[in-house]
Design a protein. Structure first.
Length: 188
């Protein structure tokens, strides 16, 4: 992995503080999860995958090849929590399926996404808390999409199923919840 992707991530998420290349059982992973400090979102810490984009995944909608990295932003109090394991699990599941995570996808619901949270699923969105140019980076002639995993509630997941992701994003814009707050109330 060249430093272009890492420079891109660090310029928006903050410098990499540490990383994980093994799962909880000590098995080597095909990508890393990194923790970023002092990024652009106040009172938060960002986590990202690095190296997931080495793998071509397929869009279920268009059959097009997609490369992506995943990010999550959580309150600073969760800097030492279970977010790395969650990103590892999502990344590995994505690689096993061979399917890219697309804007509007919902992962779950499957119980609290993080300890102490009432949010039970993850929504795949564009990183709206960052400048537009953060959403993609070119590396080695390939476009890498930055996909933001946002914790959501059961009722929000149901709303997306019933009304679609575009309508959900309109509702997010209207209600303007704090998407970093994993204890936030549901907007549905």
């Amino acid at each position: 992995m060249t430093s272009l992707l890492i420079s891109h991530l660090e310029s928006y998420l903050g410098r990499i503080d540490c990383g994980w290349s093994r799962d909880a059982e000590g098995k080597s992973l095909p990508f890393q999860v990194t923790r970023h400090l002092e990024g652009q979102v106040p009172d938060s810490v960002a986590f990202s995958t690095v190296g997931l984009s080495k793998f071509e995944l397929t869009s279920r909608r268009t059959r097009k090849s997609i490369r992506h990295e995943l990010i999550m932003c959580v309150p600073d109090s969760l800097r030492d929590g279970s977010v790395p394991g969650l990103l590892q699990q999502v990344g590995l599941t994505t690689l096993r399926s061979g399917n890219a995570l697309l804007r509007g996808d919902v992962i779950g619901p499957a119980g609290p996404v993080l300890p102490g949270s009432s949010l039970t699923a993850l929504y795949v969105g564009v990183p709206v808390y960052f400048p537009d140019e953060f959403a993609e980076v070119e590396e080695d002639g390939k476009t890498i999409i930055i996909a933001w995993l946002v914790p959501i509630s059961d009722s929000e997941a149901d709303y997306i199923t019933e009304h679609g992701w575009r309508q959900f994003e309109h509702l997010l814009a209207e209600k303007d919840p704090d998407l970093v707050d994993v204890s936030r109330p549901s907007i549905c």
